[in-house]
Design a protein around this ligand. Structure first.
Ligand code: NDP
Length: 476
């Protein structure tokens, strides 16, 4: 019998994705470099659906109906190239290779171009939701040709998460668009987690609450506009007690945050495209700072401010302010992420539908949230806002939150509690709304030392002042 789809690479992600296809009634060919994984999958989960195990690449390809749909779920980087090189010669024009790994979008662009030359469709596809999402319904972000989406889309939509009956899967755009959007998703996830972590830190160190109390606060926030997966699991993690010590779990976890690299890619790409993603950058830097033990040890004795005791009434009010600051900063982080998507779409000619990105992130993925309905609405209207901050709904939320937001950042600064995510978000907000920025002085300095020239507010053209001479101005 012929399989509608094949999955090669049967570690946690590939195995669960293959099971998800099978559970949705598709016949799935399965293959892995080390054949024991293939046998284990069929032995353990064969009863869940129709699997066609293959031990050789040739048998795997032969098991697929035409045009062939082959999904690669192996380690990103060189292993992905190795697997493509192994399978591409066995395929025929019109066949599709989908890479569901966490590839860099530039690699995806390169692979897509190379395979297109050979008449093959290469679909770089972002998949979010981790191990559980892969099995129960992830958020799926496929790139590649529109033609490949016609063949692959219905299968992917069938296994994706659903929100209000809509699949969390949509064709993002050509070549690397899917992996680009997945990268930005992860960058936003970094920013979101950093803002949550800062909120926790402030509630603990300024308001003086214990972790289980803070868990209750997050649980309450999760019933309001902050309703999201990350807020929900924050309450779970904070309420958890360590079995060995009996104390709060957060207190026995080493405070060095790790990263696999997608946050860094997001910031590197934003730097290349000239997009200010300060919220994401601060989140990446905060993780990196946390891991520098030697710097932290060397600075431990540096002085901080005196900490006044907070009156319980003030602690309650402060908690409400933190909710406002978190919401406002979150709007900024998402606005920056969407700006990056817009810039990438323009740079690479992808024509990404920004409302649809919000729609498919509402379920399955790590940043799923009620809030995304509003982003979808903001981009779904006749005229897309230039920035999310200028969307009437978000602008009103920022207006209502700004005093609380400023108070939280000021308090954090005064009491010496680092809040780089909140501060960077507020600075971005204030910089965008400023009538005049000191960039004028920066331009003056550049002209002084490097004759880099400047533009004037009152006349067209570029100018240079003869700083070392009579300080007269010349057109450049
Ligand atoms: P891993 O990233 O741990 O990769 C293991 C798989 O890659 C195994 O099947 C392994 O085969 C195969 N592999 C490694 N090198 C080669 C090679 N040279 N040739 C052939 N096969 C090779 O697996 P995961 O399931 O964790 O992730 C798969 C992909 O999905 C990755 O790109 C990951 O970044 C991405 N991803 C992971 C998520 C997660 O939550 N884990 C979430 C979203 C995406 P063998 O058994 O023979 O060693």
């Amino acid at each position: 019998r012929q399989a509608q789809i094949g999955v090669t690479g049967l570690a946690v992600m590939g195995r669960n994705l293959a099971r998800n296809f099978a559970r949705h009634g598709h016949t799935v060919a399965v293959h892995n470099r080390t054949a024991t994984r293939t046998r284990e999958l069929v032995a353990e989960f064969g009863h869940e659906g129709d699997f066609v195990p293959a031990e050789s690449a040739r048998d795997f390809v032969a098991a697929l109906e035409r045009p062939r749909r082959l999904v690669i779920m192996v380690k990103a980087g060189a292993p992905t190239d190795a697997v493509i090189d192994e399978f591409a010669p066995l395929l025929e024009p019109g066949d599709m290779i989908m890479d569901g790994g966490n590839a860099h979008f530039e690699d995806t662009r390169r692979r897509e171009a190379a395979l297109r030359e050979r008449g093959l469709h290469f679909v770089g596809c972002g998949i979010s939701g981790g191990e559980e999402g892969a099995l129960l319904g992830p958020s799926i972000m496929p790139g590649g040709s529109a033609e490949s989406y016609r063949a692959l889309g219905p299968l992917l939509e069938s296994i994706s998460a659903k929100v209000d009956g809509e699949p969390c899967c949509a064709h993002i755009g050509p070549d690397g668009a899917g992996h680009f959007v997945k990268m930005v998703h992860n960058g936003i996830e970094y920013a979101d987690m950093q803002l949550i972590a800062e909120s926790y830190d402030l509630l603990r160190r300024v308001a003086g609450y214990a972790p289980d109390r803070i868990a209750d606060i997050f649980r309450k926030w999760n019933t309001g506009r902050l309703d999201s997966y990350l807020i929900e699991i924050t309450a779970e993690v904070l309420a958890h007690n360590d079995a060995a010590t009996g104390g709060p779990f957060v207190d026995i976890v080493a405070d060095r945050a790790e990263q696999k690299g997608t946050g860094r890619w997001t910031v590197q790409t934003a730097l290349d495209l000239g997009v200010p993603v300060s919220g994401i950058a601060e989140a990446v830097f905060a993780r990196s700072l946390s891991g520098h033990n030697e710097l932290r040890a060397a600075a431990r004795e540096l002085p901080g401010p005196e900490r006044p005791e907070l009156h319980p009434d003030d602690a309650a009010r402060f908690t409400e302010n933190v909710e406002q600051a978190l919401y406002a900063s979150k709007i900024v982080a998402y606005a920056q992420g969407w700006h990056l998507i817009q810039a990438g779409s323009k740079e690479y000619g992808w024509d990404i539908d920004r409302a649809s990105v919000a729609a498919i992130w509402r379920g399955g993925c790590i940043i799923r949230a009620r809030f995304l309905d509003e982003i979808r609405a903001a981009y779904g209207g006749e005229r897309a806002p230039v920035t999310l901050l200028a969307d009437p709904g978000f602008a009103e939320a920022l207006r209502a939150a700004q005093n609380a937001w400023r108070h939280v950042v000021a308090t954090a600064t005064e009491l010496g509690v680092p809040a780089p995510g909140f501060s960077a978000a507020l600075a971005y907000y204030d910089a965008l709304r400023a009538g005049r920025l000191p960039a004028s002085l920066v331009q003056g300095l550049r002209d002084y030392f490097g004759a880099h020239t400047y533009e004037r507010t009152d006349r067209d053209g570029s100018f240079h002042t003869l700083w070392g001479d009579d300080r007269g101005e010349r057109p450049a």
